[in-house]
Write a protein that binds this ligand. Structure first.
Ligand SMILES: NC(=O)c1ccc[n+]([C@@H]2O[C@H](COP(=O)([O-])OP(=O)(O)OC[C@H]3O[C@@H](n4cnc5c(N)ncnc54)[C@H](O)[C@@H]3O)[C@@H](O)[C@H]2O)c1
Length: 351
């Protein structure tokens, strides 16, 4: 078991490689009522929790993005009210990033903020969504536009959950792990190099090492910059183009798959503007491809992708802003690169 400390709007620990039921009992021990949000699709995996003095309420929400909407949130406020959840009680989210985003925002918005605990059950949830205190739901105008910064009091990571995760979801989460490797911890890349998805899934030890290292990267970044000025922006590596692809694909691609395509794009762009070497570009493509992550996309034209990137929440005004790396672990901002470099990078990734 490893504990990683996060220091943001509150101090909390991410506990990695621990049986989640025991950890949950410990963290909920002094509470009178506990409200647990989980995906209705995972109902059979969520055990009834015995041995707590607290009264426990279970709230199933629709799976994935379908749950992250205002109607379900409205319903959840009624559930919390009917259950009599007070500021001394506890909200828990057990699930992928969609559930922990939702549970965190339900907790943030109920009584102006009650404590909550994240129990992520996907790779993306463990290394990214559950850590950092960003909570929220989707609006008709885009994903995650309604939300709040509201850190959990604890994040409990039990790798047992990953046994039932589909290969596609496991792999999508690994895109964020690779991202952490490029922006900060090169040892992640050395550990992954030459490995396939199946090699990683078969090795619990390697899986845990990758989770620990990625959580450490996110915890360091978030602790240094909770509310997202440039420090936290580095976590957006590959995401600007990735978000545009995600929207163009009408969310038929997983977020992580789009981030992988976005990292390939930004590596090509960084080479075009003279920030990155060809070798490092090739390393991006080699690592992503050997895992089985996509590095090309053929479903969108440049004007559509460019228009989306210009309204990306990381852009300011009408300017285009990217995070690039010059070496592994050396990030910098790239603003308004010349159009010809953007187009060349687009043509390489969208042949
Ligand atoms: N708050 C943040 O900082 C942050 C960061 C990144 C992503 N996110 C959000 O996270 C969400 C994506 O997270 P995700 O990739 O975990 O997707 P997800 O939550 O939609 O889960 C993907 C699928 O995996 C299933 N699943 C979850 N755990 C499982 C398990 N152990 N076994 C079998 N199936 C399981 C889910 O039911 C779902 O169908 C998005 O909504 C995104 O906006 C938030």
């Amino acid at each position: 078991m490893k504990t990683i400390h996060v220091s943001a709007d509150r101090e909390y620990d991410v506990v990695i490689d621990t049986p989640y039921l025991a950890a949950l009992k410990e963290v909920a021990a002094s509470r009178s009522r506990v409200a647990i949000f989980f995906s209705a699709d995972m109902k059979s995996s969520i055990p009834r929790i015995e041995g707590l003095d607290a009264e426990i309420f279970y709230f199933p929400i629709p799976d994935g993005e379908a749950g992250k909407n205002i109607e379900i949130l409205h319903q959840s406020w009624n559930w919390l009210g009917a259950a009599g959840i007070t500021r001394d009680d506890l909200v828990i989210g057990i699930g992928g990033g969609a559930v922990t985003d939702f549970a965190g925002f339900a907790a943030a918005s109920w009584l102006r903020g009650v404590d909550w605990v994240a129990i992520p059950t996907t790779v993306a949830g463990m290394v990214d969504a559950a850590i950092g205190g960003k909570t929220g739901i989707n609006s008709d105008y885009g994903k995650n536009l309604i939300g709040a910064f509201h850190s959990p009091i604890s994040v409990i990571i039990d790798p047992q959950w990953l046994d039932s995760l589909s290969d596609r979801d496991f792999l999508a989460g690994l895109a964020e792990v690779v991202k952490c490797g490029f922006i900060e911890d090169g040892k992640i890349l050395s550990a992954i190099k030459g490995k396939t998805l199946s090699d990683i899934r078969k090795s619990r030890e390697l899986t845990i090492e990758l989770i620990e290292r990625s959580v450490q990267v996110k915890a360091d970044v978030v602790s240094g910059d909770f509310k997202e000025s440039f420090g936290r922006e580095i976590l957006n590596y590959g995401h600007t183009f990735g978000h545009a692809v995600e929207l163009a694909s009408k969310y038929s691609l997983r977020h992580g798959e789009c981030v992988a395509i976005g990292m390939a794009f930004i590596a090509h762009l960084a080479v075009e503007v003279g920030v990155m070497s060809e070798d490092l570009l090739n390393e991006h493509v080699a690592i992503l491809s050997s895992l089985g992550l996509p590095t090309t996309y053929s479903g969108a034209e440049w004007p559509e992708l460019l228009a989306t990137m210009k309204v990306d929440k990381k852009s300011r005004g009408n300017s285009l802003r990217f995070v690039v790396i010059s070496e592994i672990g050396k990030t910098q901002r790239l603003e308004n690169p010349i159009e010809s470099a953007l187009l060349t990078a687009y043509e390489k990734v969208c042949p």
